[in-house]
Design a protein around this ligand. Structure first.
Ligand SMILES: Cc1ncc(COP(=O)(O)O)c(C=O)c1O
Length: 449
């Protein structure tokens, strides 16, 4: 029977320089990486450069990239028009302290794509893009608690790192699930301010939100939940939650950090025709540069405007960094060209449908959830609708498929079974076919186990 080591064999033999680099890097960087998510066993590879749908590692391997910077690189790496715009901006200066003139043009592009955004403020990461609007919602409603979905990921601040994972011995009924901090170092008192609801289970969600309505400033949601994989909203779940939060006077926040400008130009709010009160964007919004932001209803966003009787603090040295704004603006301009999302969705569908077909041919039980260019493959024999459906997926099989593919030069996304992967606008049919052939070989071996 093949072992994990068997699946890693080609990766290990092709990444000797990365291995040596890892040995050095781990002396200086915890786990040898700059973000915990980047680490995987036996060691991560290190990147020299990237172009289009490929990244090139230290050993000179060309890797078909379905991680795409964990989301931003929807145009592929180093898109020539984006590079040109960024270079031009670098020539004009990189940090002003005062506002760059391009920022307004950028906000107009965002507003065109997401008309719910009447006013907008810049930030630098998805984490900031969710942290600020939660505070704004508290100020606006005068209430303190927030509700987030079980398993959802909204970044690295203390209020977001709640219920991201729930250890099995702490799992309760999904209508009465206490919040659990994700990792150490988060004050216990924060968990008391966070209510968990189960994405896609409407009856339970309605009960949880209604029961806590008097204390809830905001319900925050990943409208396609990518925390824990990829969970696609069913049965008008988002529309129902929109109506409920409106009726109960709770600010409804769409965290479109991952879905914004990816699942449609106007993100999930366009794709599912739902108007949130506030929206968070990052990733594709910056086209590979550090740009994020949040915005929405003028009445709510005006909580930030300095007032005599106090306002919500919002600042940041690098907000609307001119280079990021130039890169982000060009990216959004390219994405606004006719046919862009038709191409993006077509390429996504051919990979995700191709994987379904290949797995079926090899008699491998998988459930694949996808929306256009975003998706995840779960090794399971059941349908995956809610985060709880994915608790007992076969992570070992996923690791085998992932490692085997990486050894053959295909990087299937964020390197963990509870994450997701993406396609870009520039993956060719040949790239997709290659990824499917490699997956077919991996499935053949897995089927033999
Ligand atoms: C939905 C969502 N929100 C927030 C974040 C945090 O973004 P960042 O890593 O830029 O802080 C992420 C990152 O993956 C995300 O997927």
């Amino acid at each position: 029977m093949p072992t994990v080591a068997g699946y890693e064999k080609e990766y290990v033999s092709r990444t000797k320089r990365s291995r040596a680099h890892f040995e050095q890097a781990r002396k200086l960087l915890p786990a040898g990486v700059e973000s915990n998510v980047r680490f995987f066993e036996p060691y991560p590879f290190y990147v020299k450069r990237a172009k289009g749908p490929y990244i090139y590692d230290l050993d000179g391997n060309r890797i078909v990239d379905f991680a795409l910077g964990y989301g931003p690189m929807i145009l592929g790496h180093n898109h020539p028009e984006v590079v040109k715009a960024v270079k031009e901006q670098v020539g004009k200066g990189t940090m002003y302290g005062a506002s760059p003139d391009l920022a307004i043009e950028y906000v107009r592009m965002v507003q065109k794509a997401m008309p719910s955004i009447e006013m907008f403020r810049f930030a630098n990461s998805g984490t900031e893009a969710t942290m600020h609007p939660i505070r704004v919602a508290r100020a606006y409603t005068g209430k303190e608690k927030i509700a987030k979905a079980e398993g959802a990921y909204h970044g690295g601040h203390d209020y977001a790192l709640q219920g991201v994972d729930i250890p099995e011995d702490m799992l309760k009924d999904n209508r009465n699930q206490p919040s659990v901090p994700y990792g150490k170092g988060i004050p216990k008192s924060i968990s008391d301010l966070v209510v968990l609801y189960p994405f896609n289970d409407w009856a339970a969600t309605e009960e949880v939100i209604t029961k806590n309505a008097d204390d809830l400033a905001a319900v925050i949601i990943e409208p396609v939940q990518a925390g824990g994989g990829c969970f696609v909203p069913r049965d008008n779940y988002l529309k129902k939650l929109r109506k409920l939060t409106k009726d109960l006077g709770i600010v409804f926040i769409f965290d479109e950090v991952l879905t914004g400008f990816r699942v449609a130009r106007g993100g999930a709010q366009e794709r599912y025709d739902v108007k949130p009160d506030l929206t968070c964007v990052a990733k594709v919004a910056g086209g590979g540069y550090q740009l994020a932001g949040f915005g929405g209803s003028r009445k709510i966003m005006e909580e930030i405007v300095p007032k005599v009787d106090g306002n919500v603090y919002h600042g940041g040295t690098y907000n609307a960094h001119p280079v990021s704004v130039a890169g982000g603006l060009k990216t959004l301009q390219i994405l606004s060209r006719p046919g862009a999302y038709k191409t993006i969705d077509r390429i996504g569908d051919s990979l995700f449908q191709g994987l379904r077909d290949v797995a079926e041919d090899r008699d491998i039980d998988v459930w694949i959830e996808s929306v256009g260019s975003l998706g995840q493959m779960y090794f399971t024999d059941k349908e995956v609708v809610t985060w709880r459906d994915a608790i007992d997926i076969d992570r070992e099989r996923w690791n085998h498929w992932f490692m085997y593919s990486l050894g053959k030069g295909v990087f299937f996304g964020v390197p963990h079974a509870d994450e997701h992967f993406f396609t870009s606008m520039v993956h060719s049919e040949k790239d997709i076919q290659y990824a499917l052939e490699v997956s077919d070989e991996a499935f053949k071996r897995i089927a033999k186990e």
